[in-house]
Structures are given as structure tokens and as C-alpha cells.
Design a protein around this ligand. Structure first.
Ligand code: URA
Length: 207
């Protein structure tokens, strides 16, 4: 059974597409290998490329802010991207890059087997919807909705939201974005929220 370290090692010598030639660092992902929630972005940007860590630039700071407002610590979840190398000038990933690099993401998910996957933005949502055989329309139609699929012998939730960078560019989306996160993570089931429910076990992430 492979581990996240095995996959990371493979990523760090990957030459499956041309992006390895222009990147500074591979950005495999970081966080808790037993996370109940995985956040998946699009591709590393400039800061992420320099540091080798996902979501450490402006979009990452905003994401941290939104997560902390709903009581989620980054070290309790796993955060990664569909692409593990930065596309030059942050251009959109090509369909070929998504197809070859997305395989690493799927293998990471197979190891973690999270209960919830939050797709940050269109590229991630489109790729993961295809993978889990959900129909993707457009991000504005699906964002904030919870889709349930069967995987790893359990029901898991696929939740697309806008990309945090898109919200930074459109500040009028900010309130709605924070409300979406509140709704997702403070949702009541009986008297309990998803957080209380053991959906995300912060202290003890053992399955
Ligand atoms: N945007 C992404 O999609 N991922 C990152 O890691 C940073 C910015």
C-alpha cells in the first residue's frame, strides 16, 4: 500500500510534462495525512513555487483567514493542487497537464480517503467532478453545494467553491464566500454541527 511520502518522492522527480523545466520547486501538498477534509486548488502560483508549499501567497492567506473563522486549522486538513508545478505566468493548466498530473492527486486521495473534498475553483471542480462521474456545468452554478458520491466504501462529499483568488479579485463575493464556509462547516445535524459531529476530528484523526 503506497504512502503520501511515496507519491511525494515520485512527484519530486517528475518529468511527465514540460512544467518541470520552468518551475522552481515541486509543490506536492501539505497537511494531515489522516485528514477528513482535503482542499484541492488549481496549481502553484509564484509564492508557492518559491516555497514548495501550497496556498502560501495572497490567496492562501485569505483561505487561512476563512478557515480560521470556521474553526479549521490548516494542519488538521490536507491542502494540495491538481498540478504540482507552476504554469509559467500562472496561465491556465492545459488539459494534457491536468490529465497527467491529476493522477498524482487521485493517488493522494486514495491514500487519505477523506470524507470531504473541497474543490477550490473551476479547474479543480471540473477535474474532480469528472473523476467522480458528476456532471460539471459551471462553477457559479455548483459552488457552495454538497454532492455526495460513493468512494472507498463510504459516502463522501464533494464540495465545489470559488477559488479564493477569484474572491480576492471580486470583493463583493467575500461575504457570500464566508457565509458558504459557515454554512458548510457549521451546519446543524440535530443539535450538532459538522465539526461537532466527528466529521472532522481535530484532536484524534485516526480512522
Ligand atoms: N492558487 C492555487 O490554485 N493553488 C495554490 O497553491 C496557490 C494559488
Amino acid at each position: 500500500m503506497e504512502t503520501l511520502e511515496d507519491i511525494e518522492k515520485e512527484i519530486r522527480s517528475c518529468k511527465r510534462c514540460e512544467l518541470h523545466k520552468t518551475k522552481k520547486n515541486y509543490v506536492p501538498g501539505s497537511g494531515n495525512p489522516k485528514a477528513k477534509i482535503v482542499f484541492v486548488g488549481e496549481a502553484p502560483g509564484r509564492e508557492e513555487d518559491l516555497k514548495g508549499e501550497p496556498f502560501v501567497g495572497a490567496a492562501g492567506k485569505f483561505l487561512n483567514d476563512v478557515l480560521s473563522k470556521v474553526g479549521i486549522k490548516r494542519e488538521d486538513v490536507f491542502i494540495c493542487n491538481v498540478l504540482k508545478c507552476r504554469p509559467p505566468n500562472n496561465r491556465d493548466p492545459s488539459p494534457e497537464e491536468v490529465a497527467v498530473c491529476g493522477n498524482y492527486l487521485i493517488r493522494q486521495l486514495e491514500v487519505i480517503k477523506p470524507d470531504m473534498i473541497v474543490c477550490l475553483g473551476r479547474i479543480s471542480a471540473n477535474y474532480l467532478f469528472d473523476h467522480f462521474k458528476l456532471a460539471f456545468t459551471k462553477i457559479s452554478s455548483v459552488q457552495g453545494k454538497v454532492f455526495e458520491v460513493d468512494s472507498w466504501n463510504k459516502k463522501i462529499k464533494i464540495v465545489p467553491v470559488y477559488h479564493p483568488a477569484a474572491v480576492l479579485y471580486k470583493p463583493n463575493l467575500k461575504d457570500e464566500y464566508e457565509k458558504t464556509f459557515q454554512k458548510l462547516f457549521s451546519q446543524k445535524r440535530g443539535q450538532q454541527t459538522l465539526l461537532d459531529y466527528g466529521f472532522i476530528k481535530f484532536e484524534n484523526n485516526q480512522n
